[in-house]
Design a protein. Structure first.
Length: 202
């Protein structure tokens, strides 16, 4: 089975692209969804996060205070690395398990930090990057999350640069125009991935 890793900066439109592939019947595994499950009450990463970061990132009901944790990790790269060391091995194990259960021609794995972590090299056959200019990313993040410009810029700056993502890409979807343009790019790639899965070529 061909495995495509979908990545892109925050606000680039990864979720929209993933939804378009899913609408075509493609299995989509989203590492953000897995991360939320791991850090939900009863999730297997919650106790490790509590032990590493303390009660300051926990709510009174025992749930993770995601806003407090987000502030910590964006203020200190060391803290972000500590969180990633807890989450990433668990997420990757879940991805491998999910892929092993599939029988589709190809699958899409949404990995926002694919370029940053350098992981999944033996899991992913192709890297698909959703690309748009940084100014557009920042505007989308501000509109979606009601963040101040400085906060949105800090999130973008903490991720891999646009050139680094594009250098890692096997395929690129440009998300700057109308939704129809996005749909046609996804449809074309879908056909190409089906061909590649049948030919056995990555």
């Amino acid at each position: 089975m061909l495995t495509v890793g979908l990545t892109g900066g925050i606000g680039s439109g990864k979720s929209t692209v993933a939804d378009l592939f899913a609408a075509l019947g493609v299995p989509v595994i989203d590492t953000d969804v897995i991360a939320r499950e791991l850090t939900a009450p009863g999730g297997s990463a919650l106790n490790a996060i509590r032990a590493a970061f303390g009660e300051a990132v926990m709510q009174a009901d025992g749930a993770l205070d995601r806003a407090a944790l987000r502030r910590r990790i964006f203020a200190d790269p060391g803290e972000r690395q500590r969180l990633e060391a807890i989450l990433h091995p668990r997420i990757e194990a879940n991805v491998r398990q999910a892929l092993a259960s599939l029988t589709a021609p190809y699958a899409l794995v949404v990995i926002p930090l694919l370029v940053e972590t350098g992981g999944y090299r033996d899991v992913i056959d192709r890297v698909l990057v959703v690309d748009c200019p940084e100014d557009l990313q920042i505007a989308r993040v501000m509109a979606r999350s009601r963040l101040a410009r400085a906060e949105a810029e800090a999130i973008v700056a903490a991720q891999a640069s646009r050139p680094a993502r594009l250098a890692a890409a096997d395929d690129v979807i440009v998300n700057t125009a109308a939704p129809e343009a996005l749909r046609s790019q996804v449809a074309a790639l879908h056909l190409r991935y089906l061909d590649q899965s049948m030919s056995g070529a990555p």
